[in-house]
Design a protein around this ligand. Structure first.
Ligand SMILES: Nc1nc2c(ncn2[C@@H]2O[C@H](COP(=O)(O)OP(=O)(O)OP(=O)(O)O)[C@@H](O)[C@H]2O)c(=O)[nH]1
Ligand SMILES: [Mg+2]
Length: 258
């Protein structure tokens, strides 16, 4: 069942990203490295029901569109193509902030089956933020042509999230992708993603920071993920948290161990 209360709470945040949930039952973000077939997936799913513009306050293009599935209306947001979510560029910051603060009901990460290893970096970064993730293993036709076989069941088991093989150019696998997205967005399926563990010295720092910031975040963001970004020395996450969640990070920031 769709979580109406949560939807209302998130409404304001989503409007800030020009992704109003007013006419949709749920919101789905489409992330992925450049040139993985995101727009092909997006066009196939949304057809002519698209709207293009710019992200609020940025010169980066934004495309949103809707599709209907099992009687529900889904708003799909095509995020800028990024290799990571470390906010080193406006594109990376938009993708990160949308997944974090617009709190989509599901995030699809489109990957290239012909060079999967390179794409898993982004998948791991997204599952550090949210468990509601589906991997779209695109270009499976190209992979087959090159003699590359991917064990999707094993990959899904290792990552702890659904993995759907697709060939978006001819529509292969996209019905199954919609089913998986719906299952994750509605909570019918609750993935438990792999948690990347770091060496003990880093884990101790993560725990110390988590303890300090958890009360400030009050359940709105995963403290572990924010702690990792603070350890990265990324000041933009503090600004984004203050802007989007309306909380003060200043005190927590002072206590971050050197
Ligand atoms: N063979 C094959 N080609 C595909 C598939 N999906 C997309 N393509 C092709 O891959 C190219 C890139 O696709 P796009 O959809 O533009 O990729 P994108 O991720 O939106 O790219 P950027 O927006 O530039 O990051 C296009 O030429 C597509 O036709 C697929 O499943 N199989
Ligand atoms: Mg594109």
């Amino acid at each position: 069942m769709f979580r109406h209360d949560l939807a209302n709470q998130r409404g304001v945040l989503r409007d800030g990203f020009r992704a109003s949930s007013a006419n949709a039952d749920y919101i789905v973000a489409l992330a992925g490295n450049p040139n993985t077939g995101k727009s092909t997936v997006f066009n196939h799913l949304t057809g002519l029901n698209q709207h293009t513009g710019n992200w609020a306050g940025k010169t980066v293009a934004q495309a949103t569109g809707t599709y209907a599935h099992n009687g529900k209306r889904v708003l799909l947001v095509d995020l800028p193509g990024t290799y990571s979510l470390l906010s080193r560029s406006p594109e990376e910051e938009i993708a990160r902030d949308f997944i974090c603060f617009a709190d989509p009901d599901a995030t699809v990460v489109v990957t290239d089956a012909t060079c999967l290893q390179r794409h898993l970096n982004l998948v791991l970064q997204v599952i550090e933020m949210t468990p509601r993730v589906v991997v779209c293993l695109n270009l499976i036709d190209e992979a087959k042509r090159k003699g590359i076989e991917v064990d999707c069941a094993r990959l899904s088991e290792r990552l702890g999230i659904p993995v759907v093989p697709t060939a978006a150019r001819n529509g292969y696998g996209l019905e199954r992708l919609k089913d998986c997205v719906e299952a994750v967005a509605t909570g019918q399926l609750s993935p438990s993603p792999l948690e990347v563990r770091y060496p003990p010295t880093i884990e101790r720092q993560i725990e110390a920071i988590e303890r300090e910031i958890a009360p400030v975040l009050s359940g709105k963001l995963k403290p572990r993920w924010v702690a990792l970004r603070l350890l990265d020395g990324d000041p933009s996450i503090v600004k984004s948290i203050e802007r989007h969640l309306g909380v003060r990070m200043l005190d927590a920031r002072k206590k971050v161990p050197a």
